[in-house]
Design a protein around this ligand. Structure first.
Ligand code: BG6
Length: 484
């Protein structure tokens, strides 16, 4: 396939926390893939900065090992790896002290694009931002990249935003939500705004409800200490599911540009109605044979943190008034699948005698795995014997429709990092967006706390707690099946 990738300029990228888990697991193997596909211009450098007292050679070895452990098939390209690691450098830096800053200053080439990835605990953002300025390493053209969790409530998110704002303009700040870097999440916008077919039906006259499911099979083992202070609401709903909701519900922006898209997403979040406590179900997974329960994974046998959330919300605007949006996400569920389903209303009147079934069109957008789109349509069952109707899917599984070109292995992180270098903020969250999302989430979490809410238990490998089913059933609707 002819590459239509937008080229990037030569750059210096500094990764604070360059020896950490995210850097080794995702960022560096991702950059290596971009390097192999010719997107890292010659002369560009990646500079690891962390507390570990190693030199550049030690760092290169660490990254060779990381690629061997976390890379895909490209890890067998020994020559490629050597060329890539030759572009790596390392400086031991103390975020809270003086060590390393002068060396970093001397290494950076100010005439090039330079970006600073804060792959560290948010409590260090302020120290890093301050020292980058104090030592004149960052200027008004530098970019900073920050990761979630971006705060744990509105107050802490505001504090982080104002810490960054002391030293950087909003146009320099790239807040990552890796869901926005996923191929099919971007496809959501292509489907909505690249086709005439859907727009006339995309409103409360024709849509009965929308379901968003992000189901995972993994538990929280290994990261229980972090997760137990977070829970599914903070870890997934406030960010990833909220972003999906925005993309499916927003108005068409005037252009596919950073502020135009983010303005529209923000309007959706601001139009979200407060949630009735009866419209939200929390769950926590139980043990399954030898597999530990959530409480064991979290090493907190009294934990009331949720590993599952299902909720019903509404968007109070002209397009969506009265249309329920059902969101659910959880760990240790039946299958790993992320799907958005737009369920259209029943036809008003059937002209076919004896046909009593409710026929509904359902547009299902499968985000992962097996990316694709299906449209359920009603047709005549083939054969003689009168007009019997059946519902069948018009299936466009991308791998089948597009062949090998559909198999884009670009990881969300590598796509987003390249956007940082290109200076494109469209797929990053703006500060006001993050704050608005917390503003909606905070009362829900505070309500649980005030009521001493205890999550419902669910079996590992199930579709979540029974109450989540009831959330839909009592309104005469049902969740789509969770299947891989
Ligand atoms: C992360 C969450 O942001 O997203 C994890 O902290 C979750 O708990 C992960 O497992 C899911 O991402 P993906 O890309 O595997 O769907």
């Amino acid at each position: 396939m002819v590459s239509r990738v937008i080229p990037v300029e030569e750059f210096d990228l500094v990764i604070f926390g360059g020896t950490g888990d995210l850097a080794r697991r995702k960022i560096l193997p991702g950059l290596y893939r971009r390097f192999l596909s010719g997107q890292m211009p010659e002369g560009s450098r990646i500079i690891g900065a962390a507390r570990a007292d190693i030199d550049s050679d030690g760092y290169r070895q660490m990254i060779r090992d990381a690629i061997a452990e976390f890379g895909g098939e490209e890890k067998s390209d020994a020559d490629g790896i050597e060329k890539f690691v030759a572009q790596l450098h390392y400086i031991p830096v103390d975020a809270k002290g003086e060590q390393g800053w002068k060396e970093l200053h001397d290494l950076i080439r100010f005439e090039l694009v330079n970006a600073f990835y804060f792959s560290v605990a948010p409590s260090l953002f302020g120290d890093l931002a301050e020292r980058l300025h104090l030592h004149k390493i960052a200027d008004s053209s530098s970019r900073v990249v920050v990761e979630k969790p971006f705060g744990r409530d509105l107050e802490t998110a505001k504090a982080l935003n104002s810490t960054l704002a002391k030293h950087f303009d909003e146009k320099q700040i790239y807040r990552i939500d890796h869901y926005l870097g996923k191929e099919t999440v971007q496809n959501l916008m292509a489907v909505r705004f690249g086709n005439m077919l859907f727009e006339p039906l995309w409103n409360n006259h024709y849509v009965d409800h929308i379901q968003i499911t992000v189901a995972e099979t993994v538990g929280v083992g290994g990261r229980g200490a972090y997760y137990d202070t977070s829970g599914a609401m903070r870890d997934m709903v406030q960010n990833h599911l909220m972003q999906l909701l925005c993309l499916i519900a927003m108005e068409a922006p005037a252009e596919f540009g950073a502020d135009a898209v983010r303005d529209e997403k923000l309007k959706v979040i601001r139009a979200l109605q407060d949630i009735d406590p009866h419209h939200i179900v929390r769950g926590q997974y139980d043990a399954d044979g030898d597999e530990p329960s959530y409480r064991e994974d979290a090493e907190n046998l009294k934990s009331h943190t949720e590993s599952f959330v299902a909720l019903r919300c509404e968007i109070a605007n002209w397009r969506w008034a009265g249309v329920p949006f059902y969101l659910r996400t959880g760990k240790k569920l039946k299958a790993r699948t992320s799907e958005i389903a737009v369920v259209f209303k029943d036809i008003g009147h059937s002209i076919f005698p004896g046909d009593e079934k409710r026929h509904r069109n359902i547009l299902s957008i499968q985000l992962q795995p097996n990316e694709g789109i299906q449209l359920q349509v009603t047709i005549k069952e083939p054969g003689p014997g009168g007009m019997r109707l059946i519902d069948v899917p018009l299936d466009m599984t991308f791998a089948e429709a597009l062949g090998p070109d559909a198999e884009d292995s670009t990881d969300a992180y590598e796509r987003l990092i390249m956007d940082v270098i290109r200076g494109n903020q469209t797929l990053f969250m703006r500060g006001d967006e993050v704050e608005a999302a917390w503003e909606w989430t905070d009362p829900i979490i505070n309500g649980w706390k005030a009521r001493n809410d205890v999550p419902k238990h669910y079996d590992a490998g199930s579709a979540g707690p029974e109450d989540a089913m009831m959330l839909m059933h009592r309104e005469g609707r049902r969740w789509r099946e969770i299947k891989g």
